[in-house]
Design a protein around this ligand. Structure first.
Ligand SMILES: C[S@@+](CC[C@H](N)C(=O)[O-])C[C@H]1O[C@@H](n2cnc3c(N)ncnc32)[C@H](O)[C@@H]1O
Length: 205
């Protein structure tokens, strides 16, 4: 499996380390049964700041967040522990490893600002490929939606190509119902005046 993220762990404070290793109830386990609410998967929630706000603001949904970046992950655990959160499960690692373990399907999957890997020699590290889209389609409920947001023109072109190369998912005009606050990547894109594009995908009929 090609690695799609950098190995940065960020400088971990003692508090970060405490929450990173805490046996918190929010840590993913195959034994946990989640029966209620619509399930959302957030792929790569980064520093977790906007993700945590979204979890609070969308309490009709149950969020699963996968992030290998240890500092962001530990901050999300801290948020869970301090705020009496009931709609969040976290996985510290590659989302593809999480998807191998889950037995259910997700109603909504979102990928905000996937690492662009703009250099030609790194392009193979991009997470969203036709293979990944096909794989995600098997983990998506029948009426489910996938949202991908990026400000990288290069990645937008790449996505259009990868979407064309498979037939399990198609572009949708439906509204992705989970709201989101501006993340640091979103804000950076606004400052750079980059065009932020949203792709919404549904299962092909
Ligand atoms: C550019 S950041 C965007 C973070 C966040 N979504 C946002 O909008 O601020 C991309 C994130 O995706 C994560 N990522 C990359 N590959 C991943 C994978 N295979 N599984 C889970 N997360 C991944 C990276 O660690 C990084 O934190």
């Amino acid at each position: 499996m090609i690695k799609t993220f950098s190995s940065r762990s960020g400088r971990l404070s003692e508090t970060n380390k405490f929450y990173l290793y805490k046996k918190s109830k929010c840590i993913f386990s195959e034994k946990k049964l989640i029966t209620c609410k619509q399930k959302v998967l957030d792929v790569g929630f980064g520093d977790s700041e906007s993700f945590c706000k979204d979890v609070l603001e969308n309490d009709d949904f149950f969020f699963f967040g996968a992030e290998p970046y240890k500092k962001g992950f530990s901050r999300a655990v801290e948020f869970f522990e301090k705020n009496n959160i009931e709609n969040m499960i976290l996985f510290n690692g590659d989302v593809r490893d999480l998807l191998e373990k889950v037995k259910f399907s997700f109603d909504f999957i979102r990928i905000h600002f996937p690492d662009p890997w703009p250099k030609k020699k790194h392009m193979k590290r991009r997470l969203v490929t036709k293979e990944f889209l096909i794989y995600l389609s098997n983990k998506l409920s029948n009426n489910g939606l996938i949202q991908i947001i990026t400000d990288s023109q290069n990645y937008q072109d790449h996505l259009k190509e990868e979407i064309k190369l498979q037939n399990k998912l198609s572009l949708s005009i439906k509204l992705f119902p989970v709201t989101f606050t501006e993340s640091s990547f979103y804000k950076k894109a606004l400052i750079k005046e980059n065009k932020i594009k949203e792709f919404v995908l549904e299962k092909s009929s």
